[in-house]
Ligand binder design. Structure first.
Ligand SMILES: *[C@@H]1O[C@H](CO)[C@@H](O)[C@H](O)[C@H]1NC(C)=O
Length: 334
């Protein structure tokens, strides 16, 4: 039992609070399992982070090994659609379009297996040439992604043979057309054994100009809403607008909504200090059942400002408070 330090303590706790020995074995087993599970879930991070757009941010495996992230979004596939040859951009890390990034397969597999991080391919970004011309175009892009990044096969996989966990949409230009089709085609590849996770990073004004039809399919697992560079970002004088916009986002048909943040004032407008987040902002968003955690732009800025480190222990939803309060009781009631 993970929460009991010694036999003596165990006996004390058991005899004083309630007698564990008198519980039927099955109930006791279920209780142990729940508490073990609660401990495990609580130890896991609830941050998503964008990696790939700065050559000085360190490696992918290194990002995963920090333990700060549950999702790493590899950014970006920034050319696709309209008959173009799809291309990735990974800034100074390596050149994905000449086979220079296949070494990342080892990092991706290590992230997944050693650190329990989901690694997703992010489409779009602020700079690129992308857009879907038709439903057929969406189908072709989905097929390309499946064969080159997910469970399919191709002789030319930009990140090598590692199978990514899913696809993220950070669509900021090129129109909104047919991303709902793209989502449906990608979802069709998902199976019970090997789920294809889908997410999107809309900007906070609701509804999103580029992603709303894709989000409204109800097929996305996560949306990480960019609460920066816009009128809806948090500041002490803008708390009401922030709150109202957040509530619009948690009303969409998606299982988890994440608060998207910049990790540095140099990353854009709307940087919020970790202390302010902990005291004023996270308590607001944690009231929503759909709150899943935070998204951070980007790994590069996080390295510089230690943003994730400052927020550690404050980000995850509080939904297991019953189990954890029980655990405290066991130790302290004499
Ligand atoms: C959410 O989307 C799913 C998948 O399309 C659909 O089955 C479900 O009915 C939707 N739920 C609501 C409340 O619209």
């Amino acid at each position: 039992m993970p929460w009991i330090g010694s036999v003596k303590e165990a006996k004390r706790a058991a005899s004083s609070w309630f007698n564990m020995a008198s519980l039927p074995p099955l109930q006791l087993a279920v209780l142990c399992l729940l508490l073990a599970l609660a401990g495990r879930l609580r130890a896991e991070p609830c941050n998503a982070v964008y990696w790939g757009q700065n050559g000085y941010e360190g490696g992918l495996r290194e990002a995963c090994a920090t333990g700060y992230y549950k999702y790493v979004l590899v950014a970006f596939l920034n050319q696709f659609g309209g008959g173009q040859i799809p291309q990735m951009n990974l800034a100074g890390h390596c050149d994905p379009n000449s086979g220079g990034c296949t070494y990342l397969s080892g990092d991706i597999i290590s992230c997944q297996q050693d650190y329990n991080v989901k690694v997703m391919l992010s489409l779009g970004g602020a700079i690129g040439s992308y857009g879907l011309a038709s439903q057929e175009d969406a189908r072709e892009v989905a097929t390309y992604i499946w064969n080159n990044f997910l469970g399919g096969s191709s002789s030319n996989r930009p990140l090598g043979n590692a199978v990514l966990n899913g696809v993220d949409l950070d669509i900021e230009s090129g129109g909104r057309a047919h991303y709902d089709d793209l989502v449906r085609y990608l979802k069709a590849y998902s199976t019970a054994e090997k789920k294809v996770y889908l997410s999107a990073a809309p900007q906070c004004p609701f509804p999103d100009a580029h992603l709303q039809p894709a989000i409204d399919t109800g097929l996305l697992d996560y949306v990480w809403v960019q609460f920066y560079n816009n009128y809806c970002m948090y500041s002490s004088s803008n708390a009401d607008t922030f709150k109202r916009t957040w509530n619009q986002w948690v009303s969409v048909n998606v299982s988890k909504v994440f608060l998207g943040l910049i990790a540095s004032p140099n990353a854009g407008n709307g940087f919020v200090l970790p202390e302010t987040l902990i005291n004023n902002v996270l308590p607001i968003v944690k009231r929503s059942k759909k709150y899943g955690g935070i998204m951070i732009w980007s790994r590069h800025y996080d390295v510089i400002t230690h943003f994730s480190a400052a927020l550690k222990g404050h980000v995850c939803p509080d939904d297991l408070s019953f189990a954890s309060s029980m655990r405290i009781k066991q130790l302290t009631v004499i």
